[in-house]
Design a protein around this ligand. Structure first.
Ligand code: ZN
Length: 316
């Protein structure tokens, strides 16, 4: 196809609203089955009274804002598709919006299978990412401060991202699925809150961080920690069979990943009430499926703050 030609139908079917939201660094909250909700990002939205009026139906790949100001600007229509969304955000024509989508996602969009509309159950997998960040600085001093060696930073691909967008100036951590496909970047500020940013719609519960590396270490047991830095520190201490929850909640999918690939588990969660409670629940859920050894850290201790020798002493 000539680059100036736009296949509207194909773009509408193959570019998801979630991709557009991440392109604009717009993060909405899950609000029930297949729905995301949050503050309206449109320039036509002038009402200050209506908060969280913007919603997305993932299955239908449509969005809406029911505030009077936004609906008036659209002659009474409550929302639309991906093209309408970009046209509203960019204040441009549908044709120009199509050109934008083509430029941002075009090559990938034409390779992808069409999305299935209105699935009976929402698809919970995280699709492979369609871009790569470049010029990630693995030598940033923040990593050294946190005790991460250059070799570890290279292995995990973490570093400061100097480029544009919602990860600008953040420490980025590439996240892969079980088969090693890149599915997201988490971005950590090196200072202010909130600590981590995940792309809109990213489902942490469907993934274990570092799982694709851990299953190739040739061991039949694995170590489960909470966070990215815990993982890197345990890896750096010589235990490469380590995976992380990316939080303290444990899903059915994560349980299946562990029991499907490993014969036993060592739990090394944070030494705080949240970590202890998570450990209780994980043991409860896994006890009939695999042996679990639990290591309780002293109050206030976390693996990411520990020296390699301390970690080795704990893990034997
Ligand atoms: Zn609005």
């Amino acid at each position: 196809m000539h680059p100036d030609q736009v296949d509207f139908q194909q773009l509408k079917e193959r570019v998801s609203i979630e991709q557009v939201l991440s392109h604009y660094d717009l993060r909405l909250k899950p609000a029930g089955s297949g729905t995301l909700r949050g503050p309206c990002p449109l320039p036509t939205h002038t009402s200050r009274a209506s908060t969280d009026s913007f919603s997305v139906q993932l299955g239908w790949n449509v969005w809406s804002c029911h505030s009077a100001s936004c609906m008036a600007a659209r002659q009474g229509r409550v929302g639309g598709n991906v093209l309408d969304l970009v046209a509203a955000l960019e204040r441009c024509s549908l044709r120009q919006a199509g050109m934008c989508l083509q430029n941002w996602f075009g090559a990938a969009a034409s390779r992808l299978a069409p999305m299935h509309h209105a699935p009976a159950t929402p698809d919970l997998t995280n699709p492979p990412l369609r871009f790569r960040l470049h010029n990630i600085d693995c030598e940033h001093p923040y990593l050294t401060q946190r005790g991460i060696s250059l070799a570890t930073a290279h292995t995990f691909g973490v570093g400061l991202y100097p480029g544009p967008g919602f990860l600008a100036g953040r420490l980025v951590v590439p996240i892969h699925d079980h088969s090693g496909q890149l599915i997201a970047y988490a971005g950590r500020s090196t200072g202010e809150q909130p600590k981590y940013r995940f792309p809109a719609g990213f489902r942490k519960s469907q993934v274990l961080f570092n799982f694709h590396r851990a299953i190739h270490t040739g061991t039949n047991h694995t170590i489960l920690v909470e966070g990215f830095f815990d993982t890197m520190k345990v890896h750096q201490a010589g235990h490469r069979n380590v995976v992380a929850l990316m939080g303290s909640t444990f899903s059915r999918r994560q349980s299946d990943l562990l029991t499907g690939h490993f014969q036993s588990l060592i739990l090394l969660l944070d030494g705080d009430p949240v970590g202890r409670q998570a450990a209780d629940l994980i043991i409860q859920s896994l006890q009939s499926k695999m042996p679990v050894q639990r290591i309780d850290l002293r109050h206030g201790r976390q693996p990411d703050q520990m020296r390699p020798a301390e970690i080795r002493a704990l893990l034997g």
